[in-house]
Every structure is written in C-alpha cells, then in structure tokens.
Design a protein around this ligand. Structure first.
Ligand SMILES: [Mg+2]
Length: 160
C-alpha cells in the first residue's frame, strides 16, 4: 500500500502577512512560520500518514539542508517529510513540477493534495489559502477530505 503526499508551499501558506504582523513585536522575522498553520499541517500528517513534499520557490534559494533546518526550527521535524522532499526544478509551472514528481513515484502514491496560494481553485486536488492569512481551519478540512475521501471527525485517525 502506498502513501499520500502533501505538496506544500511556504509563502502564503505558512509564512503570511498575518504571522509577520502578529509576531514582529516578539522578535519574529519575516520568515517565521505561522504556528497555527504549522500545527494544522502536522495534524494533517499525523491523522492521514501523508508526507510533505515542498513545492515552494524557497527550494530554489535554499539548500535542502537549510530547508530541513528552517522547517525543523519552525516546528516541522524531518519525520513529516517524504524522503524525496522537493519537487524538481523544471518550469515556472508548479503543475509541471508536481506532475514530474508524481511520475517519478508512480505506483507509490495513493493520493495527494496541493496546499498553495497560487494554484487553481478549480483543481479538485488543491487547497488554496488566502496569502495574507495562510492555511485556515476550512483549508485543513478540505485537505483532509481530499486525502481521505471522508469528512473530518474529531479523534479520527486514518494512517496509511
Ligand atoms: Mg505561495
């Protein structure tokens, strides 16, 4: 049995106008992650067994080592990530890169969700947060439904 994957963006999902504005008095930088968003992504992984693959442009400006460190220091430990944790750098289109990643893992993946503020809202596999606020509860519910085919119920656990 395969596993499911969360293609995860950073800006507009975990690094947001909201997180910066609310954290700057506490000394947080513009790259500090929204901790509620981090918590929701972790819960999604814990409940569904999904692993994260990063599709953010941050992968173009940081080494994999640095990205792992940034995620870890913001509360997302390496155990939450797929062993092949970055989409390839192929084109300005994230869909081309996501399709290429999926093609490279054909037969291994049961399902996926894309959480990104800049993909198509009409994509049935996409959750599209508002850039200023990042991932919200309604986004979590939609992502859970896409990954499991079921509505979220408190206490549910559906690890693959
Ligand atoms: Mg973004």
């Amino acid at each position: 049995m395969g596993c499911s994957v969360i293609f995860l963006d950073i800006d507009g999902v975990l690094v947001t106008t909201r997180s910066f504005a609310s954290g700057k008095d506490a000394g947080q930088s513009a790259s500090s992650f929204d901790q509620v968003g981090v918590g929701l992504v972790k819960e999604l992984c814990d409940l569904t067994g999904a692993k994260i693959v990063v599709c953010s442009s941050w992968r173009l400006s940081h080494t994999t080592f640095d990205l792992v460190d940034i995620f870890d220091s913001n509360g997302l430990a390496s155990k939450y990530f797929h062993s092949d944790m970055l989409t390839p750098e192929l084109s300005p289109s994230k869909y081309v890169e996501i399709d290429a990643w999926l093609e490279g893992h054909r037969g291994e993946i049961d399902g996926y969700v894309i959480i990104d503020d800049q993909v198509s809202m009409s994509d049935p596999c996409a959750v599209v947060p508002n850039y200023s606020d990042g991932i919200q509860w309604r986004d979590f519910l939609r992502a859970y439904r896409i990954l499991t085919g079921k509505d979220y119920k408190e206490g549910a656990k559906d690890v693959c």
